[in-house]
Ligand binder design. Structure first.
Ligand code: SF4
Length: 665
């Protein structure tokens, strides 16, 4: 069984395919006159292939050799290798409409040299001065570029140059060989001062490499293409080097099928101007049952069908990166048109560039925006694909009740719009916080964790709730607090608010009641006598009921009850300071500390007889008193103020004696 192997990258390159697609589409949509002309022309051959030229003529597209030959009002297709600026000016002068099929890679060179010239820089083009692409490039820098086609020319230029090296931009013809370009650059710019732009397109090198690799492993090679096509001739030379049985054919009729019966493995290569159908008719004729890299005939037909089918708008496609520039990615989708992902359809982080992130040969997924972007290519978007993926993530979060982070981007009526990656959703005002929100502007720019509360897949809309997240978090915190506290624990809390009967204290998400009777060992009329809002205090958990969510707290329990430590702090004969808290007929009560009052009997107030205590003392007054008796059983303390009065002169005398002694010294 004969095996037929088509070499990688055989046939049309991206730029040529784009030009052909544009021509075919334009012809399809144009009306033809009686002679079958559709008013569309190419200036010179669109590509170097007579069959393609005949096909185009069959569609009503004809060739003129100069713009002046085209009838007024005609449409002219600009070829993939581009034209100089004067070509565009002349077309305008002649009233011709241009359909620009300049390959984007060539267009980029036009832009580079044009801007360089505008900035007053010198331009060097490394390439063949007679090649239409180089003529076109030169025409975008006022034909003032220096064109170098060989290392010898580069040496001569380097020796005689007078321009400032640092003011020079160097570009290359797209089909230049990398080694030659590098050698020329080394010759003219040994110190690396020039602005070097390697604008070589790898399509040609890859095709040639694929041809060489295939030729090495087959018994015979067939190179398909027009005999006038220089790149096909080059392929023939390469194939002949590695395979002695190499044949150059323009089409199927040149092929002596009998001749090929004796070969087991046949390789097929094709030039950049060879259409797919020419390759396929040759390969499929070689053998009724050939295999192509392991494909059967049925597989092969399937491949052809697949290549003819174009993806639909909205379809997700996978392809191989064919070329990356700073502005776009060209993607080979395995069908008759290539895909383009423009820069603005790719999410990049600040400072990132396309060429850093993607390289030729990478597999890439994208969503189809348009099957024809008006330029004969398929417009793709990676952002839209991400949006689809991100929409699925939102749906998953909704179904699984998961949390996601969103960025609030703007205020709208009744809430805000927030982005989850590329997908936008709505957060109603009432769902922005667990507190009342009057003005949502404070949230703009913030990243919020939210729950997805509603999704509308048909309209691609989602509603988020930050409040639900906060509530959930609070609930979790509460559960944690409940799990970690026990009756008897002393915990830190914050005084939140007062009532007449006590204060509420937050102990980590739960508000516990600190009853007024549990605040102090003494008597209080209102909690604010000893506490302040926001004050941090340690409290003891007196009781708790998780079901009812109630906790009773005690503050006084965090310090000992005064009578339990009375012996440590007080003794008979000790003079203490206190505050008069109550006046009775028989005496007054003096508070030594909260919860510890002593009685000063009326007879112990003064040395003289006291008729009315109110004439001697008032509530709130601070007094010194001597402890006469401590009755622990009945929890009573007897005090005497007059005893301290009796002591004072003695103290004064002692002080005076001390001062006297000091003076004598
Ligand atoms: S630059 Fe590359 S892709 Fe464009 S036409 Fe030339 S060879 Fe083809």
């Amino acid at each position: 069984m004969t095996e037929v192997i088509t070499s990688p990258n055989a046939g049309f390159c991206f730029g040529v395919r784009k030009a052909i697609d544009l021509a075919v589409e334009a012809a399809k949509n144009a009306e033809k006159d009686e002679q079958g002309r559709c008013g569309i022309y190419t200036c010179g051959m669109l590509i170097h292939n007579k069959r393609v030229e005949q096909d185009l003529a069959g569609m009503g597209i004809f060739k003129v050799d100069d713009l002046s030959e085209a009838p007024a009002g005609a449409k002219i297709i600009v070829r993939s290798h581009g034209e100089p600026k004067r070509f565009y000016d002349k077309a305008e002068e002649l009233g011709l409409e241009l359909m620009d099929a300049t390959c984007p890679f060539v267009k980029r060179i036009h832009d580079l040299v044009h801007s360089a010239r505008e900035e007053g820089k010198n331009v060097i083009i490394v390439g063949d001065p007679g090649h239409p692409e180089v003529i076109g490039i030169s025409g975008w820098c006022e034909d003032e570029a220096v064109i170098l086609s060989s290392v010898e020319e580069a040496k001569a230029y380097a020796e005689s140059r007078v321009d400032a090296v640092s003011e020079t931009v160097v570009v290359s013809q797209t089909t230049m060989r990398n080694e030659v370009f590098d050698e020329i650059v080394r010759t003219i710019d040994p110190d690396g001062k020039m602005d070097i732009k390697n604008t070589i397109c790898n399509a040609t090198a890859e095709r040639q490499q694929g041809c060489a690799e295939t030729a090495k492993k087959v018994d015979a090679m067939v190179v398909i293409g027009d005999r006038a096509s220089s790149n096909t001739k080059k392929l023939y030379e390469i194939a002949s080097k590695y395979c002695k049985n190499t044949f150059f054919v323009e089409n199927l009729s040149d092929l002596s099928l009998k001749e090929f019966e004796k070969y087991n493995r046949i390789g097929v290569a094709a030039g950049a101007s060879t259409p797919d159908y020419a390759i396929k008719e040759v390969t499929s004729s070689m053998s009724e049952k050939f295999t192509d890299e392991g494909l059967t005939m049925a597989d092969f037909m399937g491949e052809i069908e697949k290549s003819l089918r174009l993806p639909k708008g909205g379809e997700l496609v996978t392809g191989k990166v064919h070329q990356v520039t700073d502005k776009e990615i060209i993607v080979n989708l395995g069908c008759k048109k290539d895909g383009i992902i423009p820069l603005d359809e790719i999410s990049l982080e600040e400072g990132q560039t396309l060429t850093e992130l993607f390289k030729e040969g990478d597999e890439i997924q994208a969503k189809v925006l348009k099957t024809d972007d008006g330029d004969g290519t398929i417009l793709l978007s990676k952002k839209k694909l991400e949006a689809t993926e991100h929409w699925e993530e939102i749906n998953r979060a909704y179904e699984n009740k998961e949390l996601i982070d969103v960025e609030v981007i703007r205020q709208v009526n009744g809430g805000v719009i927030a982005l989850y990656k590329e997908v936008s959703g709505f957060i109603p005002l009432s769902q922005l916080s667990d507190r009342f929100v009057e003005d949502s502007s404070e949230f703009v720019g913030q990243t919020l964790t939210v729950k997805v509360s509603r999704v509308d897949p048909r309209r691609g809309k989602a509603v988020f709730s930050h409040k639900a997240y906060l509530n959930e978090e609070r609930q979790k915190a509460l559960e944690k607090v409940w799990a970690n506290i026990n009756v008897g624990d002393i915990v830190e809390g914050t005084v939140m608010r007062f009532t007449d009967y006590g204060a509420f204290v937050d102990i980590g998400g739960i508000d516990g009641l600190l009853h007024i009777s549990e605040i102090s060992w003494g008597k209080l009329k209102h909690p604010k006598e000893v506490l302040e809002i926001g004050q941090k205090i340690n409290v003891k958990i007196l009781s708790m009921n998780e079901e009812k969510g109630k906790i009773s707290l005690g503050l006084k329990q965090t310090i000992p009850e005064p009578w339990t430590v009375i012996d440590e702090n007080y003794s008979v004969g000790q003079v203490v300071e206190g505050k008069v808290v109550q006046i009775k007929e028989y005496g007054c009560f003096v508070e030594l500390e909260p919860g510890l009052d002593g009685l000063v009997h009326i007879s112990e107030i003064k040395n003289e007889r006291v008729a009315d205590i109110n004439e001697e003392l008032s509530v709130g007054e601070k007094v010194n008193a001597k402890i006469l008796e401590i009755d622990k059983e009945r929890k009573r303390i007897s005090l005497s103020i007059k005893e301290t009065l009796n002591m004072e002169p003695a103290a004064e005398e002692a002080d005076a004696a001390e001062e006297e002694a000091a003076d004598e010294e």
